[in-house]
Write a protein that binds this ligand. Sequence first.
Ligand SMILES: O=C(O)C(=O)C[C@H](O)C(=O)CO
Ligand SMILES: [Zn+2]
Length: 266
Amino acid sequence: MESRHATAPDQLTGMDTEQLRRRFLVEDLFAPGEVRLTYSHEDRIVVGGSDGVTELPCPAELRAEFFLERRELGVVALADAGVVTVDGERYELAAKEVLYVGRGARDVRFDGRFYLVSTPAHAGHPTVKATLDDAEPVRLGSQDGSNDRTIYKYIHVKGIQSCQLVLGVTVLAPGSMWNTMPCHTHERRTEVYFYFDLPETDRVVHLMGRPDATRNLIVAPEQAVISPSWSVHCGFGTRSYAFVWAMGGENQAYEDVEPVAIGDLR
Ligand SMILES: O=C(O)C(=O)C[C@H](O)C(=O)CO
Ligand SMILES: [Zn+2]
C-alpha cells in the first residue's frame, strides 16, 4: 500500500507540477488481478482499485487482523456484471452501483472492476447495496453553464448509514464539462474525486489549492485526486465524464461547506 502524508496549505507555494502530482494525484489504481491501495493521512482515507478476481488484502500498515477490523468501505462498480462477496454473501453490481461494507466484515472478494474508498469506523453498520435509483438523483447546473449534471448520493445522512464515510457519483450530461462550479471547501472533511467514464485520450483539468491560490492537475480517466480540507476541488473535462466523490472527517453534513464565489478564485 502506498502512503501519502498530509499537506499544509503553505507547502503548496513553490511546488512544481511533479511534486503536486505525487502528493495529490493517485495515478495507478488498477492492475489485472490486483487490489491496489493508497493510504492518505488526510483523515486516513484509503482509496483503491480492484481489477479482475481479487480479495481485499490487509496491508501491514493497518496493524489489523483484517482490513475492516476498524474500517468501513465503499465499493463503486465501474463496469456491469461485477460481483462482490462479503463473508460468503454475494452482491451483483451494475456500473455506477454501490456496495457499502460495514466494519467487522472479514472476507471481501471482488470479480470485476471496482473503485474502493475506506475510512476509519468506530461501529459496525449493515452491508447494503444501492442502485442509481436508490440514490435519489438531484439535477444541478445548466447547459448554459456547461455544468448540467446529476448527483447521486449513496452513503450519506439520509441514505446508506455509515460511521463517517460519505459517498456519491456525479454524472455530467453530454456537452457539460464543469463539475462543482461554483466550488467550495469543507474545513471539517477531506474529499477524494475519482474521474471515470471518459475516453482514454481525454482529460479533466482539476483545480485545487486555496481559493485565492489555485493550482491545476491534469487528470486521466480512472485517476483520483485527494483534496485536503482547505482545498477547493472542481474541474472541467475535455469531454463529459462522471466522478465518484467520497469524504471522511468531522461530520457527514453534505451542506457543511464554505462556498467560494467564482469571482474570488485566483
Ligand atoms: O458536481 C458537484 O457539484 C459535486 O458532485 C460536488 C461533490 O458532491 C462535492 O464536492 C461534495 O462536497
Ligand atoms: Zn466537496
